[in-house]
Design a protein around this ligand. Structure first.
Ligand code: FAD
Length: 472
């Protein structure tokens, strides 16, 4: 096969890869650019709105990869998977035998779900990652009487929120729910929404995004390798599968892990789960949502430096230890010295930020111009929706790394808002803002400027005082 020669090569059609392609199309439209994507559908970002300098909300959509040609007519789309990289000659090889010679390349291959122990023993242990795995989950849900959900991040939270008509046992390592995102107080705030849901079982979340449906055909080109990563509203496929009049039961088991899972043919339920506290739970299936690990699913002639979780270690310009190979999104490990209020969390927000940063640095390399790290890496921010509420997380929102020496200011109005500010030495270090609080810009400024708030501590969350006036 002929060798394809390009200046820029991007691998992976998730948020990181597509943002990288889009940014390169703007920075260097006349240059040759190719994307290797394992799926005919790619993710893109729309309706970007800035709540503040670094706090950005956006929708994530899935679209045909060919639509990327609209932003970059010279873009070459290679529907395949990356197999091997010859880093010395700068050539990438795909499974079907394409050879692509690049000047700079960005790897955005995302992550694969971490499965719990014993997952190889049973088809009844499901990991949620892609469209196929959601389909399998739907099937199991339709027939199931009792499921065990393992994990305490956003995915497990959405599964618990979106499913009904089945007994759910939610097994979590922490002593409160949704620990990746929130704190015990916010968990209590959300648990009230479960109670409300039980009293109003037909209340559905309002949705303003495109819902990915069965009609949107997914063509998974290398089926055995990997399929399309999930769209944003994946969990809505779980809603309404069962009649709400069925059993509605949620039990949360705190501070435990799964010790073993065994298939049983002589019991009422086909699966037996043993927890670390010795308790045994019988169920139809287990959903494992214990996070993802970086997908370095190709070989290189030179071993790159990796982070502790196996991600490709990158510097502040998203460049790996191998010159001219950059990485962004879930596959990357942020190995630079972080700003005091930033840390890595594998989310859409950071996939987008890293994809954009990688593109700027790749362009800088090609045109020989110096680049600076983007301002967005000064502050950790994440905007999402949990259990139907807007959630904004800023800085060290869970007092990460602050030891025991911090103060918390809290304001909660049940079913309306939950505001938590984390202060150290009178200065704001992080915040959780749930509901429409309108405090995001003020909090961003206070964290970035490190203003001493000691004289204001009693007033800052007083609903009768317009605190913004202090800072005008
Ligand atoms: P991905 O989106 O995983 O994209 C990687 C792409 O690369 C895939 O299309 C894959 O098929 C392709 N690929 C892999 N290997 C190869 C190869 N060798 N060659 C070619 N192509 C390859 N984050 C949020 O912020 N909010 C949420 O609500 C949220 N919900 C989530 C729900 C689920 C079920 C999961 C699993 C994750 C969720 N996340 C969420 C996390 C978020 O999806 C990831 O952080 C983000 O998608 C990472 O983007 P990415 O571009 O790095 O990787």
């Amino acid at each position: 096969m002929p060798v394809i020669e390009v200046t820029y090569l991007v691998v992976g059609g998730g948020i990181a890869g597509v943002t990288c392609v889009e940014t390169l199309a703007i920075l260097h439209p006349e240059e040759t650019l190719a994307i290797i994507t394992a799926s005919s559908l790619v993710k893109n970002v729309s309706n970007v709105s800035f709540f503040a300098k670094t706090i950005v909300k956006f929708d994530v959509n899935e679209t045909e990869a060919s639509s990327l040609m609209r932003i970059h007519p010279n873009l070459k789309i290679i529907f395949d998977s990356l197999k091997h990289v010859d880093t010395h000659n700068q050539v990438a090889y795909t499974y079907t035998g394409d050879e692509i010679k690049y000047k700079v390349m960005c790897i955005c291959t995302g992550g694969v779900p971490k499965l719990i122990r014993d997952s190889d023993k049973s088809k009844r242990i499901l990991g949620i990652r892609d469209t196929e795995s959601v389909k399998e989950f739907q099937e199991k849900l339709r027939m199931g009487r009792r499921m065990v959900v393992v994990g305490n991040g956003g995915i497990a939270s959405e599964i618990v929120h979106a499913t009904s008509g089945i007994q759910k046992v939610w097994v979590i390592r922490d002593d409160y729910i949704s620990a990746t995102f929130i704190d015990p107080g916010a968990a209590e705030f959300f648990q009230n929404t479960f109670k409300n849901r039980e009293s109003q079982p037909n209340q559905k979340t309002v949705i303003r995004r495109h819902v990915f449906t069965e009609e949107d055909q997914v063509v998974s080109l290398n089926k055995d390798l990997k399929s399309a990563a999930l769209g944003p509203d994946w969990y809505r496929k779980l809603e309404g599968i069962k009649d709400d009049k069925g059993v509605q039961e949620l039990e949360i088991v705190y501070k435990v892990e799964i010790s073993s899972v065994e298939e049983k043919s002589d019991k009422e339920f086909p699966l037996e789960v043993v927890l670390s506290n010795g308790r045994t739970i019988e169920c139809d299936f287990v959903v494992s949502a214990t996070g993802v690990e970086p997908a370095v699913n190709f070989s290189l002639d030179e071993e790159p430096v990796k982070g502790p979780e196996g991600g490709l270690a990158v510097n502040e310009f998203q460049e790996t230890s191998i010159r001219n190979i950059f990485a962004a999104g879930d596959v990357a490990h942020a190995a630079w010295e972080h700003a005091p209020h930033w840390f890595q969390l594998r989310l859409w927000t950071q996939a987008r930020q890293m994809g954009g940063m990688a593109a700027k640095a790749m362009h800088g390399r090609v045109v020989n111009e110096e680049v600076l790290q983007d301002f967005c890496f000064e502050l950790f921010t994440h905007c999402t929706t949990l259990f139907g509420y807007q959630v904004i997380l800023l800085g060290k929102y869970n007092a990460q790394g602050l030891g025991n020496d911090y103060e918390i200011l809290l304001r909660m109005t049940p079913n309306h808002e939950y505001i938590k500010l984390v202060l150290q030495n009178g200065k704001l270090q992080g915040a959780i803002l749930i509901g429409e609080t309108d405090l995001e810009e003020m909090c961003e400024n206070l964290i970035l400027d490190q203003l001493d708030l000691t004289p204001l501590v009693d007033d800052i969350l007083n609903p009768d005082i317009d605190i913004d006036d202090y800072f005008d």
